[in-house]
Design a protein around this ligand. Sequence first.
Ligand code: PEP
Length: 275
Amino acid sequence: MLEHVQCDVTTCNSSEKQQFGEDMAVRKKLIAGNWKMNMLHTDGAALARGVVAGAENASCELLLCPPSTLLSWIAETVHGSTVRVGAQDCHEAQSGAFTGDISAAMVRDSGASHVILGHSERRHGLGETDSRVQAKVEAAHGDNLVAIVCIGETEVERDAGQTLEVLSTQLDGSLPTSGTITGANTVIAYEPVWAIGTGRTPTLDEVRAAHAHIRAHLEASLGEEALQVRILYGGSMKPENAEKLLTIENVDGGLIGGASLSAENFLAIAAAANV
Ligand code: PEP
């Protein structure tokens, strides 16, 4: 069984790596808040300050993903703390006539370090395909952003017994094939579409099976590096169910929607990741 130790893959030193062995997972948990289309300057800053105030007690990484209008502002607000900022999307092109979009370089320029890509609200609401997500991941990596790549089955697909097949197809289609994926530049978020914002979650066994499948699928293409890639669970995670979800093997954190709009709830989830 893989052991999780409290050092980031990007900061783990060589003696720590030796101590836990070459094939031992050293994945620090990541708790990421997806604010979606919520918050203005004043309440966004208050929320970010609330998270910063509790961040010292968290042994996991904390990430806030505000709407693009607030990226610079929230990056300034959390500056000097361990809290990081991410965007909710970026365009695959470097620049050009793409009204309303923002590029990876713009995200980076705002002070953000991460970007969520392929969220189901974009895949299903805006018709984003796997190949489009793949192009965006490449753009994000090109500007040194960590890509959080979302995948997950619909309820119809789950009921038809296609969950694992859908996850494989989305991984194959959404991740660059150029061999550039590492634990430092990519995070996978498993988000069953039917669990997002609904208050429903899969059983713990279903989450375990999905994450084990994603890990095995990554191992088949990335080899040992797959052990460094964090796999988040997302979909109605809240303080009441966080500890159970976050202690499942191969669950390396959470992507939190609704519960991330309260510092208290977000920090309570982070505390559950500390156990
Ligand atoms: C999400 O939007 O990524 C999400 C997981 O939302 P919620 O936590 O509200 O289900």
